[in-house]
Structures are given as structure tokens and as C-alpha cells.
Write a protein that binds this ligand. Sequence first.
Ligand code: ASP
Ligand code: MG
Length: 413
Amino acid sequence: MAKIVMKFGGTSMAGTERIRNVAARVKKEVDAGNQVAVVVSAMAGETDRLVNFCREAAPLHDTKEYDVVVASGEQVTSGLLAMTLQAMGVPARSWLGWQLPIRTSDAHASARIEDIDCTALNAALASGEVAVIPGFQGVTMDNRVTTLGRGGSDTSAVAMAAAMKADRCDIYTDVDGVYTTDPRIVPRARKLDKVTYEEMLELASVGAKVLQTRSVGLAMKEKVRLQVLTSFDDRPGTLIVGDDEIGENDVERQVITGIAHDKNEAKITLTNVPDRPGAVASIFTPLAEASINVDMIIQNIAHDSGSTDVTFTVPGAELARALDALEKGKDTIGYERLLHDTKVAKISIVGVGMRSHAGVASTMFKALGSRGINIQAISTSEIKVSVLIDEDETELAVRVLHTAYGLDAEDAA
Ligand code: ASP
Ligand code: MG
């Protein structure tokens, strides 16, 4: 007998028929003798609808009341699933965030889980009941409802699994696993059997939007074994596990695990910045103060004039604020021109195999160069190399790299 958490996303919960399909999957695990806690999302589209109501009611609304409104989508699906299970003869009970409780910080609309009390839950599971828990929601110390940020029910599920010391956390979503790259771009992309937490973090944060990034970080910290799979068929999904479960010398494993792309970056260049200590700090301090995340950074060698050009990227959605902060800081920074470009894309190759193999980056640069794709900026981590290129070349770059690293499937999917 195992203790498991099953999490179902909005597509799996969208309507009576689909909830019945979910209940049947839960029943199967119960019939196999497992103790099951289920974490559910709101029906697909429902949270967007609720967010819109808030915007209509008051553009600058109180986030405490926003949380009351948007948390309701998951209240509906958790009750419906519990009912459906009962109708199938499976004892089940819903547990809202405040009933367990799931304690969070008071950062409304993006709260962090601080503590989950599993006493009542464990008693329910031990009595043979399925516990159905709405994802995305929690409660503050002074009993106000909170939500965890969009996509937060993945994090709810992982936090539940950690608190319950579950043997597994299965995340049922609308894709059937994690792929070597976006299958819409590369039809020969392959589903991965296993990825490490670190690889998944890099893939999630650079645009492979399968899981909320925070949930992967939490799973890594708490060593929760995650599995991503679909509720629409019975094919095995992708396991997300620790490094120790993937031999770096595994002959089956490619050096590169996956290729991600992200078109949501914007490039900023400051020309003729004085080449002296403190100059770079004067650029990035105002950005940090405006809570703008800077990603790739390159500083060119100094011109004869004793000045240099600095290029970096920020999330596209933050571009206007970043430009504003830099314009305001013009006198302090002392640059000549402020240039920007949103027609860029970041392409990243990710893989723990990079640690033990040389020449991984040069393969990337050669492959792109042979297709005439120009690299505008580069950044690396221990298991990732990212390049910034012209947005129009995104698809070509992903395809070329997928082939260059031997990731193409034998026969097209
Ligand atoms: N329903 C919430 C959202 O759409 C939370 C989730 O489904 O993960 O953001
Ligand atoms: Mg989701």
C-alpha cells in the first residue's frame, strides 16, 4: 500500500464527464489498495473568468478580496469530485484550504505555503476515505483566504505530498509528459522517461510550460517523486527525479536532455557606458529596485574612448518599466544611447550530461552558424547554455539543435 497524491489540472476537471473520468482514475488507485489525496484545479478557463470579474468590479481591487473570488473555482471542482467519487461508491470528502488548514504567508495573490496540518487528513485517509483538496488556495494566520499565484495548484500538490510524506505525486495535465522540445515545432520530439529536478527547473523556466516552476523547486527541496502524465489515456508519463536516479554515464542518455525556447524576452543595449568600477552597478541597481529580473548580460570590451556597450535581456512584459528606470538613471549611469529590441528569442539546451562532457556549447554554436543564425548574447549555467537570436529564426534553431544533439525520434510521432 502506498500513499499517493494525484493532481488534476483544469482540462481534466472541465465538466461532469471529465470529472467522472478523473474519479474513475482515483478509484483505480483506491482499489489497488492505496491511500489517495487528490488535489484539483478549477475547470479550464474558470480562473481567467473570475479574474476578469475582479477587473470589471474594480481595476485596482483589494488582493484580499481577489483571493476570495478566484479561490472559488477550486472549491467547486473539489466538491464535485468528492460527490462523483461518492456516487461511485468510493468514500470521499473535500478539505478546503482553511479546513486542513494550509497556512500561507499573507502575500495575497502570490502567497507561499508555510505549513500544512495533516492531522485530520491522515485520519481521513486511514479510515479509507479519499481526501479531495482544492489546489491554489490556503489561509493566513488570521484566517483570510489566499491564493498561490497562477498555476499554483501544482505547488499545492507538491506541498501536500511533502507534508503527507507521500510515496508519489502524479500530476495529470493536458500534455502526456515532458518532451525533448516543443512537439509543435519538432514533430520528431521524443517524450522523456525521466528528467532530473534541475533539468526540469531549467526547462520550466525557459519556456517548457508543463509545471509551475515553483512546484519543481519545492519537489527538489523536499525530494518528492513527481510524475507528469495525462488523464486522457494510459500511456506512461515522465518521471521527475533526483540526480542519483539517473546515471550520468547511462549509455541510453543523450548529453542534452531538452531544448527550450522563449520568445518573451526583450533585449536592451546601453551604448558608451563609462568603463569604470561601479558603472555596471549603476545600471542594474535601479532595475533591481523596480523588481525587474535581468537574465542574460554581456559587456563588450572597452572602446579606445574608455567606454563600453552593455547588453542584457529582461522579460518582455517588463520592458517598458525597465526603459523607464534606465531613462531616469541616465545621468547617473552616463550612457549615450538606450536601444531595445523585442524581436529576439532565447534558445536553451539543457542537460546534466553537460557536466561530464566537453564541447557541448561549441556543437551548438557550430550548428547555428552553419545555418546562418547569428548569436546576439550567450549565458550558461552548469547544465544549460542559452543563446539569444532573431525571433524569426526560433523554429529553425530549435530544429537544427534537436538534430545536432541526436534527439530526433527514429520515426516521426
Ligand atoms: N486555477 C488556477 C489557475 O488557473 C490554479 C491552477 O490551476 O494551477 O491559475
Ligand atoms: Mg497548470
